[in-house]
Design a protein around this ligand. Structure first.
Ligand code: 13P
Length: 255
């Protein structure tokens, strides 16, 4: 299996359209040679149009952070996949833990979103992960299994799906999961995918890690066999730290 290297920045609710544009312009001007690393920016909705224009001539990809499962309707405050597609996004993050835990998204909604994103010929990044309480109660494996089973319910083809393992307790806390924990969880996710689909499909599926990834821990995490890249919050908001992480991943891919 050729190891994939994906670095996605989830800006969450940070950066206005103007700030986002400035950031991307500056980043683009670095003319980084990213080679086989796939770099994805996921800004807040209003910044998408602004940024798409700059990214069209770059090797970078664009993603959104959420969407509704219907393509249109009376859903005040929501935004649909087809609307996002017109902004030039290739990816949509689905089921982020902040959506699950702050906004009460259920596995059933998340499943509908995965399905809608795929129907719209975009690529979902399906986030899963246990809380600290669940980990302490030794429920991590069960939680990941349930979130994957339900999130991918009735999805026959996952060739356009990425999975992001983001332990809730490691998000924005500065407390990264250690390499043993990440290795175990990613291996488990791959086993579940092999069980739900086939070994080959499982091996082809990119599994990202997210949770306090920084330049100083990116290399040891990316060395883990089943880690195909990162979904990065805080460190993606800073040009230097985001660049450093990309270069760490690139360095390891190049061996
Ligand atoms: P941090 O990198 O800030 O911990 O956030 C991770 C995350 O939630 C990415 O989706």
């Amino acid at each position: 299996m050729n190891k994939k290297g994906i670095v996605a920045g989830n800006w969450k609710m940070y950066k206005t359209p103007g700030e986002g544009r400035k950031f991307i312009e500056e980043f683009n001007n670095l003319m980084l040679k990213i080679d086989d690393v796939e770099v994805i920016f996921c800004p807040p909705f209003p910044a998408l149009f602004n940024i798409d224009v700059i990214l069209r001539n770059s090797p970078y990809k664009l993603g959104a952070q959420n969407c509704h499962w219907e393509s249109e309707g009376a859903y005040t405050g929501e935004i649909s996949g087809p609307m996002l597609a017109e902004t030039g996004v290739d990816y949509i993050i689905v089921g982020h833990s902040e959506r699950r835990h702050i906004f009460g998204e259920t596995d059933e909604w998340i499943n509908q979103k995965v399905s809608a994103v795929l129907d719209g010929e975009l690529k979902p990044i399906l986030c899963i992960g246990e809380t600290l309480e669940q980990r302490k109660r030794n429920e991590t494996k069960k939680v990941l299994e349930t979130q994957l089973q339900k999130g991918l319910n009735n999805i026959d083809n996952i060739s356009n799906v990425m999975i992001a393992y983001e332990p809730v307790w490691a998000i924005g806390t500065g407390e990264t999961a250690n390499t043993v924990q990440v290795k175990e969880a990613h291996n488990w996710v791959r086993e579940i995918l092999a069980d739900l689909y086939t070994r080959d499909v499982a091996d082809q599926t990119a599994i990202l890690y997210g949770g306090s990834v920084k330049p100083n821990n990116a290399a040891e995490l990316f060395e883990i066999k089943d880690v195909n890249g990162f979904l990065i919050g805080g460190a993606s908001l800073n040009i230097d730290s985001f660049k450093e992480i990309i270069l760490e991943v690139k360095g390891i891919l190049e061996g």
